[in-house]
Every structure is written in structure tokens, then in C-alpha cells.
Design a protein around this ligand. Structure first.
Ligand code: PGA
Length: 224
């Protein structure tokens, strides 16, 4: 299965989430995905709602706490979200940049996800970031230089480099599932999907608009 993951980051109010879902669910009447699975990753407060109303898609969280429960103000644990999602993005470069997450933190969070039956979508910037088993996770090659900086699309990685990294990861673990993320758009999606060596794509900015995200999903479904 090819995953098309929407990472909404710190965006959207409840009304905006409702509008997005309504537009997305309507678009599903025009085309049904056969080969891909969309995974929508909103901010924590919307997971429950999204799980209830979204059609033809899975849900994911953008992070989890290192802790299970207790005196950890502001944290959200894997146990608290596992009824509302199947996936969790772990170790996004923005977590590393703004919240000081280390490779060790990433490894610990992967362990928690697996214990709670959640599938980790682990972001890496290079092969040195891989200090975990590739057997039970999805791994996203997402160099921070390729991520959109504000609104609009940034500088996506060269698809040939993506192919090379994917090949290297699959040499380490032949069954590894490799995704690419960073400035993916309707215009450039084909160059990443055509690699034939990819298991999915992670979309930030372009997933905030239901129509653009749907169109990226549809292109993937047709191209793979
Ligand atoms: P972008 O974000 O598609 O806006 O570059 C991707 C990500 O950071 O997950």
C-alpha cells in the first residue's frame, strides 16, 4: 500500500478542519482510491473528530509524549490517542529544531508507539539518523532544506537523490517502507512517484487545501 500522508503541523481551527473534511469527502464521490491510503495528521484536538467523520482515509498524530501518564503538564500520550489514529509521525526535523529532540528520543518514541500498536512514521534526514529497526516502521526521507518555509512550495530534493537514499535504506532492510517528504506539490509529485522504489509521500503545505491534497492522492493512485 502506498501512503499519502498529510502533515497539517500547527495549522487549522475547528471550523477550518470541518470545511476541509466536507470538501474532501465530497471529492471522494468523483474518484475512489484503489492503490493508495491517505493518512491525515491534524493537531491533537481534532483527531477524535477527524476519525469520526473522514471517509476513505486513516488518521495519524504528529507526535507523542515520551511518557505514558503522570505529572507531565502539556503532554499527550500514545495511550490517550491510540483509539483515534493508526499512525504517528516521529522525529520530524521541526521537533528536532524547535524542541531539541535527539535520535535517542526518536528511538524511545518508536518503542512506545510499537508497544501501543501505533505505526511510527519516522522522519530521517540522512542514513546516520537510522538507529532503530526498519522492520516495523515507515521511514520518511525528508531533508530539512527541502521543507517549505512558509506558504508556498520550497526546494524539493532532487528525485535522483531520493531514489538513491531509498535504495540505500532498502539495502539495509529489503522490506523497509520508504516515503519522501519536502515541498511535494501537484506539479512535482510525478517525479517522486515515478521512482518506483517509494512506498509513500509526506505532504505539508499542499495538504492544507483539500482540493490540492486530493489531487496529489489521485495522481499517486493513477501513477503507481
Ligand atoms: P512541506 O512539509 O510539504 O510543506 O515541505 C513537509 C513536512 O515537513 O512534513
Amino acid at each position: 500500500m502506498f501512503l499519502v500522508v498529510a502533515n497539517w503541523k500547527l495549522n487549522k481551527s475547528l471550523n477550518e478542519v470541518k470545511a476541509w473534511v466536507s470538501e474532501y469527502n465530497n471529492l471522494l464521490n468523483s474518484y475512489k482510491f484503489k492503490k493508495i491510503t491517505p493518512v491525515i495528521c491534524p493537531a491533537f484536538p481534532y483527531l477524535y473528530y477527524l476519525k469520526e467523520v473522514i471517509k476513505g482515509a486513516k488518521t495519524g498524530a504528529q507526535d507523542i509524549s515520551l511518557f505514558e501518564k503522570g505529572q507531565y503538564t502539556g503532554e499527550v500520550s500514545a495511550v490517550q490517542i491510540k483509539d483515534y489514529c493508526d499512525y504517528v509521525i516521529i522525529g520530524h526535523s521541526e521537533r528536532k529544531k524547535y524542541f531539541g529532540e535527539s535520535r535517542e528520543t526518536v528511538r524511545a518514541k518508536i518503542k512506545i508507539c510499537l508497544k501501543e500498536g501505533l505505526i511510527p512514521i519516522v522522519c530521517i534526514e540522512n542514513l546516520e539518523d537510522i538507529n532503530f529497526s526498519l522492520k516495523e516502521v515507515l521511514v520518511v526521507y525528508e531533508p530539512s532544506t527541502a521543507i517549505s518555509k512558509g506558504l508556498g512550495i520550497g526546494n524539493p530534493e532532487d528525485p535522483n537523490i531520493v531514489r538513491g537514499i531509498s535504495h540505500s535504506i532498502k539495502t539495509i532492510e529489503p522490506n523497509a517502507k520508504v516515503l519522501y517528504g519536502g515541498s511535494v506539490s501537484e506539479e512535482n509529485i510525478e517525479s517522486f512517484v515515478k521512482q518506483g522504489n517509494m512506498n509513500g509521500i509526506l505532504v505539508g503545505n499542499e495538504s492544507l487545501n483539500a482540493k490540492s491534497f486530493f489531487s496529489i492522492c489521485k495522481k499517486c493512485d493513477i501513477l503507481i
